[in-house]
Structures are given as structure tokens and as C-alpha cells.
Design a protein around this ligand. Structure first.
Ligand code: NAI
Ligand SMILES: NCC(=O)COP(=O)(O)O
Length: 342
């Protein structure tokens, strides 16, 4: 791994990590159980799951200890996967999402975030949820990122979604909106705001004192001096100039998005600020799908998530690879240690 996020790998956390299991019909329960099985080999800090016991039982026959709170969880982590029970998903089955299952995933998220905000857990790791299912039960946020921000009292515009892997970190300036809306939504202010949150997050969560940020262009060849689109000239370059004036950071760009992710370029920056969802997530998931972490910057708490989704088609078949969940647990512990020492 080229970038270390380790603050002090030996330092124990004062409280365990909270893992919301995600949609009970998805692969969240399976990858959480597999991460627990690998806890010693991976050097994972103690964690507990929050979610449906039936969902866990449907995919795993290992030891589960139903606990009433994080203190009990820390005490039994060595011998069983601690679980704070969340009712309401008894009818859910792997690969067959239901609206009750979506409600259960939201309840689990609420409890895990609350325990982290109170300090009873050191960080929250959110398992994959189905956005379509959540929208169907009236969830008004674009994703878990904005939900967690709201619960922490932070305006959703002030947080940033970072996707982080061993050799690349990317931050999309716009996230879950239609591609056709991106040019309308992009403004100099929005790019500068995400840039500031990214710079501060790299300092606070990753210990990089003078972050190096590469800003992507929107158009082919970053607009070719305006011949292929004017967004770089009118919107992106003013944002870069503002960040250079205001922040103690190195800002390069706008860069052509097709050539900014090869290994020599990746070595020149700590995070790529990308202008829309797929510009940021395609390179990250192509390079690091099984170890990619979604981390929310700008929160008072640490929140990470595996980079992938619910994978309903493979749920309950013992096909789910737990690498991204393990990476999300490791990064959450590293960031919690770093923030605790700051
Ligand atoms: N962190 C979260 O809560 C996220 C949730 N989602 C949600 O997940 C749902 C499904 O999204 P998709 O675009 O289909 O993405 P997906 O990540 O669930 O699946 C994409 C492909 O990767 C495979 N895959 C995913 N994770 C895997 C793992 N750990 N091991 C082995 N194979 C794995 C799947 O089988 C599928 O072929 C959507 O409703 C979306 O909203 C998507 C991304 C992140
Ligand atoms: N594509 C990333 C994703 O869907 C994760 O979103 P969030 O639920 O963590 O906000």
C-alpha cells in the first residue's frame, strides 16, 4: 500500500466500531460476518453489528452474541460477532429485498450513527443499502452520506464523499444527480467548497499536512482552451484560483479526465476532485473494487462504508468478497485513532 493511513496501529480504541448491516437482503450481513472471521489475520479493532439477527443467521452459522450495547460487545468480540438486534426484517431473505427490510436498514443506520455520535462507538461503518428501496419508503436524502451529515447537524453541502483505495482517492463534486443536470449544478462556489472539505479531510483524517489536489475538467481534453466547452474557463479555473489563494495546499488542473488516473499521474496528487459521480467512481472501482472505501469528509464523527452496493444477485451464495468491508473497518479505526490523537 503506497499511502499509509495508520496513525498508531498498536493503540487500542476506547470504544468498539459500529457496523450497520445495510439491507438485510443484500451482502452486508455476509461481508460483516466474513470480516469478523478474519479479525485476527487482518488486525481489526473490535466491532459490533447493528441489524437483523435473522439476516445474519440466513447467511452464516458462526457464533453471534446478541448484546444490549457497545460495552458488552467489546467484552465478547473475541469469541462471537456481537450484534445489537434491530427487529422488523424477519421476512427478508437473501436476494429478495422488501420494504420492511429497507426500514430495518434505516433503523440500524440510525442506531449505529447515534451510538457513534454519543461516543459509545469510535466510528460508524455503514453496510450497503438499496437507494431505490429507501426512496420507496420515503427516504428523502440522496444517500447515507447526506443522512449521516444531517444527524450530525452538518449541512449536506458541507460534507464530501471520498472514495479511497491504496493508490487513488477521488471526490465527486456532484454525486447522485442525473448526468444531464451536472453542467447546470456545477458552480465555482460548489467546486471550491468540495475542494476545501477535501483538503481539510486529508489533513484531519489522513494526516497529510499540505494536501495535493488534482482537479478534473468536465469536457474532453479539459475543454481544449474553450473549443470543446467553456466550463473549464468559466467555472473550474476560477475555483482552482480561489483554492490556491485560500488554502495551504497544492492544486493542479483542470486536467483531462482520461489521462489523470495513470500511475505516474496518480503519484503526483493525494486526491482527485472530480466533477461528477462516474468520473470519480469508475477509476476507483476499476483499480480497487475489493478494497475501496467510501469515507465521508467534513463530519464530526468517522463514517466509512465499503465502496460497493447490495449485490442482491449474489446474496446468500457465499460469493461476496469481504475485502472492501475489511478496508472500511481498518480505515475507520485508523481515522478514529488519528482524530483521537489530534
Ligand atoms: N454503500 C452503499 O450503500 C452503496 C449502495 N449501492 C446500492 O446498491 C444497489 C446495487 O447497486 P449496483 O450498481 O448493482 O452495485 P453493486 O456494487 O451492488 O454490484 C455491482 C457488481 O459487483 C458485484 N459485487 C458487488 N460487491 C461485491 C462483493 N463484495 N463481492 C463480490 N461481488 C460483488 C455484484 O454482484 C455486481 O455484479 C443499488 O440500489 C445502489 O443504490 C451502491 C453503491 C454503494
Ligand atoms: N455510489 C456511491 C454510493 O452510492 C454511496 O452513497 P452513500 O449511501 O454512502 O451516500
Amino acid at each position: 500500500m503506497r499511502w499509509s493511513t495508520i496513525a498508531d496501529a498498536a493503540a487500542p480504541l476506547s470504544t468498539p466500531l459500529a457496523v450497520a448491516l445495510g439491507d438485510p437482503a443484500g451482502i452486508g450481513p455476509e461481508i460483516t460476518a466474513k470480516a469478523w472471521e478474519r479479525r485476527e489475520a487482518e488486525g481489526l479493532a473490535p466491532f459490533f453489528a447493528v441489524g437483523s439477527p435473522e439476516a445474519l443467521r440466513a447467511v452464516w452459522s458462526g457464533p453471534v452474541a446478541v448484546v444490549s450495547g457497545p460495552d458488552e460487545a467489546a467484552a465478547c468480540f473475541d469469541r462471537a460477532l456481537p450484534l445489537i438486534r434491530v427487529e422488523g426484517a424477519a421476512d427478508s431473505a437473501p436476494g429478495r429485498p422488501t420494504l420492511d427490510g429497507a426500514r430495518n436498514s434505516l433503523d440500524a443506520l440510525e442506531i449505529a450513527v447515534g451510538l457513534t455520535r454519543s461516543g459509545a462507538a469510535s466510528a460508524v461503518i455503514t453496510g450497503p443499502v438499496s437507494k431505490a428501496q429507501l426512496y420507496a419508503i420515503g427516504f428523502v436524502h440522496p444517500g447515507q452520506t447526506e443522512f449521516v451529515a444531517e444527524r450530525c447537524g452538518i449541512a449536506s453541502g458541507m460534507v464530501a464523499m471520498m472514495l479511497a483505495g491504496p493508490t487513488l482517492r477521488t471526490v465527486p463534486v456532484t454525486t447522485h444527480i442525473a448526468l444531464r443536470d451536472v453542467p447546470e449544478v456545477l458552480t465555482t462556489e460548489l467546486i471550491a467548497t468540495r475542494g476545501r472539505t477535501t483538503i481539510r479531510g486529508l489533513r484531519r483524517q489522513f494526516g497529510i499536512e499540505r494536501p495535493r489536489i488534482a482537479v478534473a475538467g468536465l469536457n474532453p481534453h479539459a475543454g481544449e482552451n474553450g473549443a470543446l466547452g467553456r466550463e473549464e474557463i468559466d467555472i473550474v479555473i476560477p475555483a482552482i484560483e480561489r483554492l490556491r489563494e485560500e488554502e495551504d495546499a497544492e492544486i493542479i488542473g483542470p486536467l483531462a479526465a482520461d489521462t489523470m488516473f495513470h500511475p505516474r499521474m496518480r503519484a503526483t496528487y493525494d486526491a482527485a476532485l472530480c466533477l461528477y459521480h462516474d468520473q470519480a467512481l469508475v477509476p476507483l472501482k476499476t483499480l480497487h473494487f475489493d478494497e475501496g472505501v467510501n469515507i465521508t469528509l467534513g463530519l464530526p464523527i468517522v463514517r466509512t462504508s465499503p465502496d460497493h452496493g447490495t449485490a442482491f444477485a449474489i446474496a446468500g451464495q457465499d460469493k461476496a468478497e469481504p475485502g472492501a468491508m475489511i478496508a472500511a473497518l481498518s480505515m475507520a479505526a485508523d481515522c478514529a485513532r488519528r482524530i483521537g490523537q489530534a
